[in-house]
Design a protein around this ligand. Structure first.
Ligand SMILES: *Cc1c(COP(=O)(O)O)cnc(C)c1O
Ligand SMILES: [Zn+2]
Length: 430
């Protein structure tokens, strides 16, 4: 790492810069970490990577903003599996669908990649307390990573966050602040508190290092595909930090000469939280476009004003992708479809990327020649209420029986009652 550059004005700051954002641009002046690729590439190569048996995110150490001797959380972050899902490929009409399962992270979402960096940085800076606002997953990730190194965490989440996420925070021993308001309100309060108390601030779209952690998902995708560039990568987008991270991975790999063309990156937003889709369609400048009032079942991608919107827009426009919106119904329908078609059970925001693939396919943006990657960003167990809603909407119900074989036989399809006909039985067994 050689320094930081403001995404608004390009001003650069040294690697040991003690702030978070460009002082000239305040909270909008998000910084992008700069590297000396010539120097990195002289020793860090595709071949050296192939020989490295550390399959955590730290295998990309030379491309991360922390020193090689930094203390990092001991939890296994990264190295998540990517599955070939031919049934989903045939539904979507593409040559191949790869599903990358980020539900396999220690706290069950992709956010662990960023929070691991945050905790390493906090230790490096000698902070006693780390803090973040979050719709839930960044919070759980920070709480888990902090617990693993015995660091205190103070977490601000909207009081409406799904129970499982709040349970995680409390189990990890965080000080949990349930904010009576939206994520935007929680964010504002957390920013004020961090400044007031001097806590290490992990906030998304503020702390410049979070993108660097998230980019390891993109590096894994490219490496797992043998550096053969896929036709498209589908990413669900709230604040826009994950999609910015995937783009950063692509830019790193291009700069190192490991790939020679960027894959198209598609950003998927919920119709009720579609700030970036609106800006993409209208060409509005995201630095001046005002916030919207977000409302979606996919809490992890509910954002009134995507914090990392400059990087998020560049990820799509610079790779020839698109921003697409999907309805809450499409998102919910995607949960069982993804689970049945690949075995990966995702929360609403995690399945939204698959819903986005179907939307892109319908619009002819991907087709039979394309091999595509769907990033399933978080586990379905994060939001059981939405999963139950999704299976109910899909018409899948459990069979309730007395504990006898006769009762089971009767239920499985002796009689063709209204709900349980022949195909009903097949559905039931499924
Ligand atoms: C945070 C999150 C997203 C969106 O990431 P952004 O960086 O906010 O765009 C998507 N899915 C899940 C499961 C998340 O936790
Ligand atoms: Zn600036």
């Amino acid at each position: 790492m050689i320094g930081l550059a403001c995404v608004v004005c390009d001003a650069t700051y040294p690697a040991d810069f003690a702030g978070y954002v460009c002082p000239r641009h305040g909270d909008e002046g998000i910084l992008d970490v700069q590297y000396d690729y010539d120097q990195i590439g002289s020793t860090f190569t595709k071949e050296s990577l192939a020989e490295n048996h550390n399959h955590t995110m730290w295998r990309y150490g030379p491309l991360l903003p922390i020193a090689s001797d930094s203390r990092v959380p001991p939890l296994t972050v990264g190295g998540t599996p990517m599955y070939n899902a031919p049934r989903l490929a045939s539904i979507a009409g593409v040559s191949r669908v790869w599903v990358k399962d980020e539900g396999r992270q220690p706290t069950a979402s992709l956010k662990d990649r960023a929070s691991a960096i945050a905790v390493a940085k906090a230790l490096d800076w000698g902070a006693d307390v780390v803090t973040t606002a979050s719709t839930g997953n960044a919070a759980a990730a920070l709480a888990g990573m902090a617990a693993s190194v015995d660091l205190d965490s103070v977490i601000f989440v909207p009081a409406s966050a799904p129970e499982a996420k709040i349970a995680q925070l409390l189990a990890y021993g965080s000080t949990v602040v349930l904010v009576e308001g939206s994520y935007t309100d929680a964010f504002g309060l957390c920013m004020e508190a961090a400044a007031e108390y001097g806590w290490y601030n992990r906030n998304t779209g503020y702390n410049p290092y979070m993108t660097e952690g998230k980019k390891t998902a993109g590096l894994e995708i490219l490496e797992d595909l043998g550096w053969e560039v896929p036709g498209a990568i589908f990413v669900s987008v709230g604040d826009g930090s994950i999609i910015g991270g995937v783009h950063k991975a692509v830019k790193d790999a291009l700069a190192l000469g490991w790939i020679d063309i960027a894959p198209r990156i598609f950003g998927i937003q919920a119709a009720g939280s579609d700030y970036l889709v609106q800006a993409f369609e209208s060409g509005e400048d995201v630095l001046t476009k005002p916030a919207i009032a977000a409302d979606t079942v996919a809490d992890s991608i509910s954002a009134d004003l995507p914090r990392d919107r400059v990087k998020a827009m560049a990820a799509v426009t610079e790779t020839g992708g698109a921003y697409l919106r999907v309805s809450d119904d499409e998102i919910l329908a995607a949960i069982p479809q993804l689970a049945r078609g690949s075995g990966v059970f995702a929360e609403p925001a995690g399945a939204a990327s698959y819903a986005g693939l179907l939307a892109a396919s319908k619009r002819g943006l991907v087709g039979a020649e394309d091999s595509v990657v769907v990033l399933a960003t978080g586990s379905g167990l994060k939001d059981v209420a939405s999963a139950l809603q999704a299976v109910a909407a899909a018409g899948t119900e459990p069979i309730r029986v007395e504990p006898t074989l006769d009762a089971l036989k009767a239920a499985l399809g002796g009689e063709a009652s209204s709900a349980q006909s022949d195909s009903g039985m097949r559905d039931a067994i499924r």
